[in-house]
Ligand binder design. Structure first.
Ligand SMILES: N[C@@H](CCC(=O)N[C@@H](CS)C(=O)NCC(=O)O)C(=O)O
Length: 266
């Protein structure tokens, strides 16, 4: 069956899982193409993304320096890719004919939710709930923005104290609000059933789990984790919500192998 949406990204990428979890729930078929983060420098960034050929490597017209997360290595982005994706980032989603590019992981997940609306609503019961879901998605984008430099610093084993401080402040603001939302005994962030807001929350938490692979580096820099293993003491409802979501089969398929690997590092 032809996929309803194609996504190009590095893997594993919890941002992509916002879309694949939604797709598992509502039956939309999504194709994900890509490679490791390091491997993507050897790919042609295009609707028809693929490993570079010798001729592609010679083609200076596609060569572009990456801005976020790809250091000083040139990337190879086609003109059609940049037309569809003016910010030039991954995850990069496309309509099946390749004509419409959808960027920002939250919007890619929204596309999946809209495509599968007839099978299952993950976007609230009315315009107010839908807009409240958008509110959580917007807040998660701010969190993502303020933690990105920190998480990339961890990957490069070169965390700047300013990036750590920004991430710490952002995580605190975000989790306090999630905790408050769940305080009246709610089991979902919006309304009383699972929505895209919960999917997005689970994936943002999973992004932060990456920190656990860098305990030694943080200790070396005398920095404390922004999401310490003891965070459930401070945010019990948020922690419980995350535990519930990660155990859900539609979530576990993507999240569990990744989280388990990070939790069982020597
Ligand atoms: N807020 C965006 C973040 C996307 C993003 O920043 N992607 C980076 C990799 S982490 C990228 O594609 N960088 C390529 C470049 O800068 O050329 C989302 O959620 O999709």
């Amino acid at each position: 069956m032809t996929p309803a949406l194609r996504i190009f990204s590095y893997r594993p990428n919890p941002r992509v899982w916002k879309a694949t979890i939604a797709a598992r729930l509502n039956g939309v078929i999504v194709e994900v193409r890509g490679d490791t983060p390091e491997g993507l420098v050897d790919w042609l960034w295009d609707f028809d993304a693929r490993p570079l050929t010798a001729a592609d490597r010679e083609d200076a017209s596609t060569r572009r320096m990456g801005r976020v997360g790809f250091g000083d290595t040139p990337l190879h982005k086609t003109a059609a890719f940049l037309d569809a994706h003016p910010f030039g980032t991954v995850p990069a989603a496309f309509s099946p004919d390749g004509r419409t590019g959808i960027f920002e992981s939250n919007s890619i997940a929204r596309a999946v939710v809209r495509l599968g609306e007839a099978q299952l609503s993950l976007y609230g019961r009315d315009p107010f709930e839908a807009s409240r879901i958008d509110s959580f998605l917007d807040a998660s984008l701010v969190l993502g923005r303020d933690t990105q430099a920190y998480l990339l610093g961890l990957r490069a084993k070169d965390v700047a104290p300013t990036a750590h401080a920004a991430a710490q402040a952002a995580v605190e603001v975000y989790l306090k609000a999630i905790e408050l939302t769940l305080a009246p005994g709610r089991v979902a962030l919006v309304g009383d059933s699972l929505s895209l807001a919960d999917i997005c929350f689970a994936c943002e938490m999973t992004m932060l789990w990456y920190e656990r692979a860098s305990s030694a580096h943080l200790a070396e820099r005398k920095l404390t984790p922004v999401l310490p293993a003891g965070f459930p003491d401070h945010y019990p409802r948020a922690a419980e919500h995350f535990s519930r979501l990660r155990a859900h089969p539609a979530f576990a398929a993507d999240l569990e192998p990744h989280l388990a690997r990070l939790e069982n590092l020597p």
